[in-house]
Write a protein that binds this ligand. Structure first.
Ligand SMILES: C[S@@+](CC[C@H](N)C(=O)[O-])C[C@H]1O[C@@H](n2cnc3c(N)ncnc32)[C@H](O)[C@@H]1O
Length: 305
């Protein structure tokens, strides 16, 4: 059996040098989603070699590099697009969509080295991603789609559109960052009525309005916060499964918030696939522990995770 990559090895692979272009500032907890990609994409690429090549699609691409907030000295890491382009064996084609022209320009500079393997587009994920997939990803090609919003920007119609693309041998694999604690729970206010604009944003993120029943039970005190969170995540995962995926799994990501302090839940990664190999590999990654606080905590782990 192959030796498991340690957290320190993952961090070393994620680390990027300084350059002059803009970067995203990220919390140390963001490293876990990047580590998940770092571990999964080489396995995806290997499986794709047998199928004749694979596609990586990033609907919220960002500028391609990030700096970790709270690190005592500048600490840069590759963003998701560069993790995909650097994966070995190579992923045949990587498609990036980004709404912000400045971030897109920074990403273009960082992708220049990869030539035609990188296809970059400026656009809105909820308008342009499904047509882009239809035009650029052949129906025979395995496809992994990473959807990494900051808040509730990802509409259900987009997720459903990806899952129901016509003429595909298998549905694209989906890895969705579900920003439950980072964003959703903050909009679902219990001590005051929700704002109308937040109601419509949450409504657009979920498949239907049954989230409202969970919210009402929480407002009336029939369920506590932990139960409400469990039900929101459960609903989202079940609805993704309902799009016809054979397997949907999720993993909660807890944030390091300081030495000796209890880690806080931040977001969940929801992975959907039709492929038993993809399911097996991601399941192994989701079950493992990471210690990725090192850039901020400066405390190497005493044991290998
Ligand atoms: C969390 S960041 C993505 C980080 C990136 N996936 C990474 O790991 O390096 C979200 C990005 O999505 C972009 N964005 C926000 N709304 C968008 C939309 N509707 N369509 C496309 N991109 C969007 C933001 O400008 C931002 O760069």
């Amino acid at each position: 059996m192959a030796r498991r990559t340690t957290s320190e090895e993952i961090l070393a692979e994620l680390r990027a040098p300084f350059d002059e272009s803009p970067v995203r500032r990220i919390g140390v907890w963001s490293l876990e989603k990047l580590a998940t990609l770092q571990l999964y994409l080489p396995a995806f690429a290997r499986a794709c070699q047998r199928a004749g090549g694979g596609y990586y699609v990033d609907g919220f691409a960002g500028p391609g590099r990030a700096s970790v907030r709270g690190a005592p000295e500048p600490y840069f890491v590759h963003g998701s697009p560069l993790i995909a382009l650097r994966a070995k064996p190579e992923i045949e084609r990587c498609i990036f969509l980004e709404i912000d022209p400045h971030k897109l320009a920074a990403l273009e500079g960082r992708c220049a080295h990869y030539g035609e393997r990188a296809l970059l587009r400026r656009g809105d994920v909820n308008v342009h991603l499904v047509p882009l997939l239809r035009e650029e990803v052949p129906g025979w090609a395995p496809c992994f789609c990473f959807l990494d919003p900051t808040g509730v920007e990802l509409k259900w119609q987009t997720v459903a559109g990806i899952a129901s693309l016509p003429g595909r041998r298998r549905k694209p694999e989906l890895m969705i960052l579900f920003p439950l604690e980072m964003s959703v729970i903050r909009l679902l206010t219990v001590d005051r009525p929700m704002r109308d604009e937040d109601k419509s944003r949450v409504n657009a993120m979920f498949k239907d309005d049954s989230w409202w029943d969970i919210y009402q039970s929480r407002v009336k005190g029939e369920i506590d916060k932990a139960e409400a969170k469990r039900l929101y995540l459960d609903k989202y995962s079940k609805d993704v499964k309902g799009l016809g995926y054979k397997s949907v799994e999720s993993r909660q990501v807890l944030a390091y918030v300081g030495a000796g302090k209890k880690r806080q839940p931040r977001y969940h990664l929801v992975f959907a696939t039709d492929h038993p190999v993809g399911e097996d590999i991601m399941s192994g990654i989701f079950k493992r522990d990471f210690v990725l606080d090192l850039p901020v905590s400066r405390q190497p782990s005493l044991f290998d995770l």
